[in-house]
Design a protein around this ligand. Structure first.
Ligand SMILES: Cc1ncc(COP(=O)(O)O)c(C=O)c1O
Length: 398
């Protein structure tokens, strides 16, 4: 007898990035040396002072439930940090701590969407956004952006996508998967347009500290001076502090939205992990003195990866300005694999032929592209790129 599952599951897909990580692991289990460019997490260890903070929390008994929205100390620290980063006053009742930024997004969609409400998502976008909207009963409306526009959504394209059912615009700068950054003037124009159309804006700013080449990060919140209560910010410890496994993220926005999310959180996970919250408090309140070295390392890796990619005939890869992803266009190489082949076939081919794991562009809404995460060593980049170049040389000439 088969088990009957919820129809909710029929509308969502498993995460494509996790699927590729899994495939690479299966090959590794067979003894193959696979170089992974698929997982979007820092390869640095969580800094020692943060780990010490967690040890101290364990020793002093911070091992019980906390308030559903997180500890007062962490919410205050997050509010103060956000004010410093975004230049906009924020009180602790505008903050909710969740089990990662992904969980913030999930709680947000559950809290604000009614069945049929539309969420505009500029694509390419992170794979989890559309599925989370679907899980919450909403309708993701994917609006294509192009490499020629630096992947930035134009206010006109936004307006054209809006219907009577549109409730939310989602922004993500710096972006996963493109590494693209929305400059200040464009950010202001899009957010002003969204607010004038009566939309809520949710801005995923998890990569805000990873910006290169003299560019500056601009938050959605600081880009406008009016109706800031219609902007909800998502952030967390995973990327800046190399704390992916600790599962702490936060949302900052209107107290009504925060309380609605708190109600959902209280009935689902009770509260985020107490020890992780104590560690996150150390993370956000201590100086980021290690971070300049990390950023310099990411920059070197990006430069080496982008150069090696562009040296392969058939690959075009502009230098991404933020995050730790490169998103080359590889249509010419895909064609060489055969008619009707896609970037999904190409990513599988790279895994089999070059033993490198990348994520295909289609799940991000960008066929013809593949995503490399360069949060890995220079050696791994060097060997991985040699393998890719050699495999591509074996493809038939056009
Ligand atoms: C754009 C984006 N938002 C959110 C997340 C999730 O972060 P967290 O580990 O805090 O759930 C990721 C992780 O890869 C991401 O790329």
């Amino acid at each position: 007898m088969s088990v009957q599952l919820s129809s909710r599951l029929q509308v969502i897909q498993p995460s494509a990035t996790m699927a590729m990580t899994q495939k690479a692991q299966e090959l590794r289990d067979q003894g193959v040396d696979v170089i992974s460019f698929s997982a979007g997490e820092p390869d640095f260890d969580t800094p020692a002072h943060i780990i010490d903070g967690a040890k101290q929390a364990l020793d002093t008994g911070e091992t019980r439930y906390t308030a559903a929205a997180g500890t007062t100390a962490l919410k205050r620290a997050v509010a103060a940090q956000s004010e410093e980063v975004r230049g906009v006053f924020c009180s602790s009742d505008q903050v909710i701590i969740c089990a990662g930024a992904k969980h913030v997004l999930y709680n947000f969609f559950m809290a604000v969407l009614n069945p049929g409400d539309e969420v505009i998502i500029p694509v390419p976008s992170w794979v989890s956004y559309p599925d989370q909207v679907l899980l919450a009963g909403g309708v993701p409306v994917l609006v294509q952006t192009t490499q020629a526009q630096n992947w930035v959504l134009s206010p006109d394209a936004l307006e054209n996508a809006v219907t009577a059912n549109t409730r939310v615009l989602l922004l993500n700068s710096p972006s996963n998967p493109t590494g693209g950054l929305i400059p200040k003037a464009e950010m202001t124009a899009i957010v002003e347009k969204a607010l004038s159309l009566g939309l809520l804006v949710i801005s995923d700013e998890i990569y805000r500290d990873l910006v290169y080449d003299g560019n500056t990060f601009v938050s959605a919140l600081e880009s406008v001076s009016d109706r800031q209560d219609q902007i909800f910010t998502v952030d967390g410890v995973s990327k800046t502090y190399a704390m992916t496994g600790w599962r702490i993220g936060w949302g900052i926005g209107a107290p009504e939205i925060v309380s609605a999310m708190t109600k959902i959180q209280g009935q689902s996970i009770s509260c985020p992990c107490a020890v992780s919250q104590a560690a996150a408090l150390v993370a956000v309140t201590r100086p980021l003195d290690y971070f300049a070295d990390w950023k310099a390392a990411y920059l070197k890796r990006r430069n080496q990866l982008v150069k090696a990619l562009n040296d392969i005939p058939g690959v075009t890869c502009p230098s991404p300005q933020g995050a730790f992803y490169a998103f080359p266009e590889v249509s010419g190489l895909i064609q060489k694999l055969g008619v009707a082949k896609t970037d999904i076939d190409f990513a599988s081919w790279l895994l089999q032929e070059a033993h490198i794991a990348v994520v295909p562009g289609t799940p991000f809404g960008a066929p013809g592209h593949i995503r490399f995460a360069y949060a890995t060593s220079l050696d791994a980049i060097s060997v991985g790129m040699e393998r890719m170049a050699a495999a591509c040389r074996r493809l038939p000439a056009e």
